[in-house]
Design a protein around this ligand. Sequence first.
Ligand code: AVJ
Length: 323
Amino acid sequence: SAVCAWQNNNKKGCKMDNEFKEDVLAGLRLTQKALSPKYFYDAQGSKYFDQICQLEEYYPYRTELSLLPEVARELQDYFHQQSVDSIQLVEFGAGSLHKVKPVLQELKMVKEFIAIDISGAHLQAASEELAEAFPDLPIKAAQGDFTKPIELAPSDATPMGFFPGSTIGNFDPGEALDFLRNARTTLGKDSYLLLGVDTKKDQQMLEDAYDDSSNVTARFNKNILTRINRELNGNFDLSQFEHVAIYNEELGRIEMHLRSLVDQQVTVAGETFQFKQGETIHTENSYKYHPDEFDELVTAAGWKRECLWLAPDAIFSVMLLHS
Ligand code: AVJ
């Protein structure tokens, strides 16, 4: 196939698996138990996430997707003006590759596409489908964790990172700053970063997006327990936990938790953990930013915002950063 698969910053069946175990055990030992949202994305979790994207309540996906054709057309003009005639596009957390399609459709100067995702088999399948739609485009599918430093193959083309979907919202602001700084180092001087960032808005709209009426997000959240049961010999009883999504206004973030319905104990990889009734495992943060607020992070990380696109009612933002 036209898709070149490569391992980026981890080795399958070795470091990754052990890291999952150590991270889960360390997270469950905390007073406020916590798991990293990057572990949502096993094969099943990636499928649940695709289902979330089809929900009426989950406005970020469709809102950003409908902005992207116009964004890409304006980028095409902008890069012409800047005499940028070839681009190496690098997507972080590429998932099902839905978002890059409108970008590739308009932005003819993209000469190479590198997709990085933690969910290897899912990414490989999505990349093969993308290769059919863009047969002349060299595509690299890299299984890797973009929260760790990444090395790019040198290229004569201008590097442009692509980080849509407000995935950056999974980081707390300090981690987001680190990510932006690292991305600037990875992509190099005279590079670009096209970023999707969800905005602060009405609390009900936010909470509905993360606690949908068909309970898809609840299944997505609980799937992390199924994964722990399977991969780390755990005995979580999913019926004894409930999905919780609340907007923490003070911190400007949606929090997802799994709340224990009873006093219980659970064993994972031979270690036993106590749960009080009502106690939660914090599974995800999804930070929301006013454009001005986010721009402070951008500037602190050494980037400059070149363009900002806002969806109607400013419910989602897309921006182009220049190093
Ligand atoms: C993939 C991190 C952008 O935070 O909106 C969706 C994940 N979690 N519904 C988000 C998610 C629950 C999503 N990101």
